[in-house]
Each structure stands twice: as C-alpha cells, then as structure tokens.
Ligand binder design. Structure first.
Ligand code: BT5
Length: 311
C-alpha cells in the first residue's frame, strides 16, 4: 500500500484526526489527504468526518488496502474481482522479478489444480498465490506446499472450523475438501529462482457452487455464517511467513495437523500405486509408507485414505 495511505489509515484508526493535522504530520497537502480519504471510501473503508476530524469506523472484508492494513507480514497485495488464475498472474509477476507479492481474487475464471485439473473458483472464495524467493534448491520446494497447508488449516481453525491436512496438499474437514494447494516454481539445479504457492480456499461459497460428485465443503457451510476473509487471509499469510522464515518447524507443525499419518492409504504416484500405513513425513515432505514388507518413500502423488491403521 502506498506509504501516505497506510499512514492515514493507522492515524485515523486510533481516533479522530483533522485533515490539516494529518497534512502537517505526513507532510503532504490537504488536498492530497482529502483525495486519499475519498479513494479509501471508494474501496469500502468507512470513514466518518466530524468536527474533530476523520475517524476510521469500518474496514472492508476484501481488497488490497484492507488486507495490507494491519497485516503482520511483509507482503504486497494485488487484488482482483475476477482473474483467470492467480497462479498464472503470479508466475508472470515472478518472472518480472516480483518477490513477497500476493495475488488474490474473489473469483477465478480458469483456476487450476495439479496436473492441469480444473479448480472451481466461484465468487466469495479465497483464491491466492504467494510469490517467494527462498534460497533453497528445487528439491526443498514441497516443504512450502506443506507450509501452505499448515497455514491454511490453522487459519481455518482460528475461524472455528476443525480443518486437518491430507498428504500432500489437501485441507479437509471430515474428509471433505476445504482447500487445495498448487505450488509452481522456476529454478536451476541448485537454486530456486521463484516459487508460487497457490492456495484455493472455499470460503464464503455455497456447496452448490462446488464441483458435483466431489466431497467438498466451505468455511461458510461449516460455520453456518460467512467468515471475514480479510482476517482469514491475514492469519494465513502471517502464519505462512512465520513458517517460511523457519523451515525446520514446518514438518512438525504439519505432523500435528495431519490426518494421513496412522492411516492405511493408497498413493497413486506418477509411475506406480503404493498401499500401506502412512507412518511419517520426512525430508521435504515425502510420505513414508509401511507396506508390511517394506518401507516405501513417496515424494508425489494422489493419496486416498482407506481406513485408520488400527481400524
Ligand atoms: C488442488 O489440486 O487441490 C490445487 C488447487 C489449487 C487452487 C489454487 S486457487 C489459487 C491458485 N490459482 C490457481 O489457478 N490455482 C491455485 P488437485 O489436488 O489436483 O485437486 C483438483 C481436484 O479437486 C479437481 O479435479 C476436482 O475434483 C476437485 N475440485 C475442484 N474445485 C474444487 C473446489 N473448489 N473445492 C474442492 N474440490 C475441488
């Protein structure tokens, strides 16, 4: 967010401040202050004006300025009402050198899952893509998918929804899919150039708008009321930032939220199908399966939970 705008918002959030005193404090003209106030109002901020000055009374639940305001993580937000895919937009920005940027949309017209599957993204969702440039080799990138899942599940729990994680990238509520993650990257053999972690959360979406024949759910249907997307997105981004700053903490946080560990699962890898008890997650997020004869480590694939191992 533009610096003056951010400074105006924090000043008027703390109580009424007059236009002239804002202008003096921020060393800009009164007209500039007035223009910022008007444009903030246009984007949904409610700002009362009285004899004492301007006062912020309400922040919209969606939009770039709203999400950046009060966000305790160093991300610049780009927000769209509708876009084809936030991941596609983030890839373009990343290729142009962007870092710590988050692209968010209310609706996607061509959202994508893994293996180019379709991802339904109706209005009211949280469809976002985070651009990072971690100093790690490409083999470490699956960790950031796990971090995205942890951040999403924790933000959902803070919103009162008992979400957990299915390996590798699904956030579920009672085995119904609440969110999915698609990580894309560009790099050389020893170094990631950029990483885009795309997270799609069915937030304020009706189940009827989600794909038929798929066990899916939304924050709205689990809570029985809408979630404040601004707060949800802020918590998700703050948590993601903490995890990426301390990659060694990711696996243990993931283990605590996972429902895959301890279950008998079937994993379709790109080359094979493996069935066994999921006993651990290791390295950069590989799943260890005990097949009865052997321990097999799978790094990628679609996972199906068959039953609890002791069930
Ligand atoms: C995923 O793929 O779960 C990754 C989804 C990532 C979406 C985000 S949204 C922001 C960013 N921009 C993008 O364009 N993408 C990312 P996968 O594990 O392959 O699951 C895809 C499957 O989930 C589909 O084949 C459907 O069966 C199902 N599905 C589609 N839309 C869904 C939805 N909204 N909720 C639940 N399930 C869905």
């Amino acid at each position: 967010m533009q610096e003056t705008r951010a400074a105006i918002l924090s000043a008027i959030a703390a109580g009424p401040v007059s236009g002239p005193s804002l202008a003096e404090r921020l060393d800009v003209s009164r007209t500039a202050i007035w223009k910022h106030i008007e444009s903030l109002r246009d984007t949904g901020f409610e700002i009362e004006s009285s004899d004492q000055g301007y006062e912020l009374t309400s922040v919209p639940e969606f939009g770039a300025d709203a999400i950046e305001f009060g966000l305790e993580a160093p991300f610049e937000i780009e927000c769209h009402d509708a876009i084809e895919s936030t991941n596609a937009r983030a890839r373009t920005l990343a290729a142009d050198g962007a870092a710590d940027r988050v692209v968010i949309a209310d609706r996607q017209t061509g959202g994508r899952g893994r293996l180019d599957r379709e991802w339904q993204s109706p209005s009211g969702g949280v469809w976002l893509s985070i651009i990072s440039r971690p100093a790690v080799p490409p083999s470490r990138t699956p960790l950031y998918t796990l971090a995205g899942a942890v951040a999403t599940a924790q933000a959902a729990r803070e919103a009162g929804v008992a979400a957990d994680i299915k390996w590798p990238n699904d956030v579920l509520v009672d085995e119904r899919k609440l969110a999915g993650i698609l990580t894309e990257m560009e790099g050389e053999a020893d170094r990631v150039s950029w990483l885009v972690v795309g997270i799609g959360v069915n937030a304020n979406v009706d189940p009827a708008a989600l794909p038929a024949g798929v066990a899916a759910t939304s924050l709205r249907s689990e809570r029985g009321e809408d979630v404040n997307r601004r707060r949800f997105i802020q918590r998700l981004l703050e948590r993601f930032h903490e995890l990426r700053a301390d990659p060694d903490s990711i696996l243990s946080a993931w283990r605590k939220l996972s429902i895959t560990l301890g279950q008998t699962v079937r994993v379709e890898t790109p080359t094979d199908t493996v069935e066994g008890v999921a006993v651990d997650v290791v390295d950069a997020g590989a799943l260890v399966l005990d097949t009865g004869d052997d321990e097999v480590v799978v790094t990628a694939g679609d996972c199906e939970h068959l039953r609890a191992a002791d069930g």
